[in-house]
Design a protein around this ligand. Structure first.
Ligand SMILES: [Zn+2]
Length: 351
């Protein structure tokens, strides 16, 4: 992953390459921001630049002031995510293949394929969905912690930095987080630990205080264009059903939505939340919606925003929040979406 392949983030990238060129690399850093806006891609591009044998520098005034070469042996291995000194730790769960005590080492190949396929922008929900397992939340567990310790105590294979990337670091359980903390406090030579996290609030304060933070600004609501489009379709058909309160098709919609992976259900509710807010802003303040905040259905785009008014917007958002909370507590998805449908339907019709 070269910096040039990452969309936007030019100011941040120039800052990162400057730090490396000045030799001020801190051994533990956290890239904080949605994966879909490039937090993981930036972390990997950063590590690639650090080890590149032929760093490129561009003339004053160029958008990017520096980048890795993309051609040296180090860069070529990084492009395939196959460098022996690059290690990934990420949330996992039990599957048919790994029936107990799963850890990242059991899924290295699947993970690498997932990363390459999504150009390092794939979300947590997409990672889980790639297993077609429903309703599972991954974790970074004890065995990961053991592997982290072992990996960092070994010499680097190729003489440069050993890089450990922990993706969705907020999914570390207590033990793995404590283990990581010890590692951060007693750094070994030429070790770089890059945490990638989306939610700062879920990280142990003791870890936060010991890592250098790099904030990656999200773009829009942090979904890829395809996801956005998929959720928009689900949303549009849902709202049309709610307006007419057509029971039979509504119950089909609920069945379908309850059949999605749990992480996607939560993400869809987050999408719903953002869109309701955007619609309200359009109605209340006449703010024109950015392209990405449209539904891609001309009639719906024209008519729907006016249904979200000052009288119902708070209650709608509250209902969606309640549903998201219920899902995170493993409530029955069919009941949750059906309840939410009734509440929203009432609010839309009594706007
Ligand atoms: Zn290179």
């Amino acid at each position: 992953m070269q910096f040039k392949d990452i969309e936007g983030q030019r100011v941040l990238i120039n800052h990162l390459t400057e730090i490396i060129d000045a030799g001020r690399v801190s051994h533990a850093q956290m890239f904080l921001g949605p994966t879909s806006s490039g937090s993981l891609a930036l972390a990997v591009a950063y590590a690639q630049y650090l080890g590149c044998e032929n760093r490129q520098h561009y003339p004053e005034g160029s958008e990017l002031r520096a980048d890795s070469c993309g051609e040296c042996p180090h860069c070529r291995k990084y492009a395939q995510l196959m460098h022996t000194d690059l290690h990934f730790v990420f949330p996992t769960f039990t599957t048919k293949k790994v029936e107990s005590k799963p850890c990242s080492d059991d899924f290295q190949e699947e993970f690498r394929n997932f990363l390459l396929e999504h150009r390092l922008l794939g979300t947590e929900a997409e990672w889980y969905a790639s297993f077609k397992t429903e309703n599972k939340q991954g974790m970074i567990r004890e065995r990961d912690a053991d592997n982290i310790r072992r990996m960092l105590s070994m010499k680097s294979y190729e003489g440069g930095y050993k890089v450990l990337v922990i993706w969705m670091a907020e999914r570390m359980n207590q033990r793995s987080a404590n283990e990581l903390l010890k590692t951060i406090e007693e750094p070994t030579d030429n070790t770089l630990i890059l945490l990638v996290a989306e939610n700062r609030d879920l990280m142990l304060p003791t870890i936060l205080s010991r890592v250098q933070q790099v904030t990656v600004q999200g773009t829009g609501i942090g979904l890829s264009a395809e996801q956005q489009q998929a959720y928009a379709q689900v949303f549009v058909s849902w709202m049309r059903l709610l307006f007419k309160l057509n029971m039979r098709p509504l119950s089909d919609w609920v069945d379908q939505t309850a059949g999605m992976a749990r992480e996607m259900q939560k993400q869809f509710l987050q999408y719903t939340q953002e869109m309701l807010r955007a619609c309200f802003l359009k109605t209340a303040a006449g703010i024109v919606l950015e392209d990405e905040l449209r539904f891609g259905d001309e009639k719906f785009d024209a008519a729907f925003p006016s249904m979200v008014t000052v009288r119902n917007v708070d209650k709608m958002q509250e209902a969606v929040n309640d549903a998201a909370f219920a899902l995170s507590r493993n409530a029955n998805a069919k009941i949750t979406f059906m309840n939410l449908s009734f509440k929203l339907s009432k609010l839309i019709r009594n706007r």
